[in-house]
Design a protein around this ligand. Structure first.
Ligand code: F6R
Length: 242
């Protein structure tokens, strides 16, 4: 694990954007693994700016998102497909046919998980996987106790994650308790992994990921096994490291 500690969230976003820009410049047909949540938004904004300035192109890129709520179609404003369209895809020169988010409205979610894995393999595997981290150490929707070799599957969300994400849903809006998520094994197959974490509320999870034992109790600790994992954090998220 390479740990990069920067001053604040803006620097973390720029550093992350640099990694993705370099990848796209080296390999126009790069396969990118993407994440949702609050943390990557500033990185996506920076990539949009660079794309519109002609500094980087997504024209030949393929993307695979980590996860999606089960029970929400891509048109639902809380779906991760909708989020990705709004936050990145609609503003860059990517071919939307080459963007993949697990289908939250799949008739047969179990089959859909196997198909998602097959699509990643057919694309040649993921070059760089972007990750955030949950306060309970989850990556994707791989909650604590997830198998460290797990593959894309249907996963229940913990109460902690449901509560953390309640901020995105209106009080009277249905909030799913199930997801489709890439597994930890799927994530570890990416050739490079870049995890971003900012803010003091991530400091405990960051400490467990970096300094704790390798354990399913902290799914992000599985990144200790990856040979090219870069952890990019701000001072606040790093504040509990030894
Ligand atoms: C999102 C995802 C989640 C988030 C995590 C942190 O696709 O896979 O693991 O990365 O919940 O979310 P934020 O960035 O909102 O703190």
């Amino acid at each position: 694990m390479q740990i990069v500690i920067l001053k604040d969230a803006a620097e973390v976003a720029r550093y992350g954007a640099d990694i993705f820009t370099t990848q796209l410049q080296r390999k126009a047909g790069a396969v990118l693994g993407l994440a949702t949540g609050s943390t990557p938004v500033a990185l996506y904004q920076e990539l949009i700016r660079r794309n519109q300035a002609g500094e980087v192109s997504f024209k030949n890129a393929t993307t695979f998102n980590l996860d999606e709520y089960l029970g929400l179609s891509g048109e639902h404003p809380q779906s991760y497909r909708y989020f990705m369209d709004q936050q990145l895809f609609d503003h860059v020169d990517i071919d939307k046919n080459n963007t993949h988010v697990p289908p939250g409205d799949a008739k047969n979610p179990i089959t859909a998980c196997q198909e998602y894995e097959a699509k990643i393999a057919a694309a040649g595997g993921i070059d760089i996987q972007l990750l955030g981290i949950g306060r309970n150490g989850h990556i994707g929707f791989n909650e604590p106790s997830s198998g460290l070799t797990s593959r894309t599957r249907v996963k229940t969300l913990t109460k902690a994650t449901i509560d953390d994400n309640a901020r995105f849903f209106a009080a009277d809006e249905y909030q799913p308790h199930l997801s489709i998520t890439m597994g930890i094994g799927t994530i570890l197959d990416a050739r490079k992994v870049v995890l971003l974490a900012t803010g003091e509320n991530k400091a405990d999870a960051v400490k467990a990921m970096v300094e704790g034992p390798l354990t399913a109790a902290c799914p992000a600790s599985a990144l200790q096994l990856h040979r090219d994992a870069v952890i990019v954090i701000d001072l606040a998220a790093a504040s509990k490291l030894a």
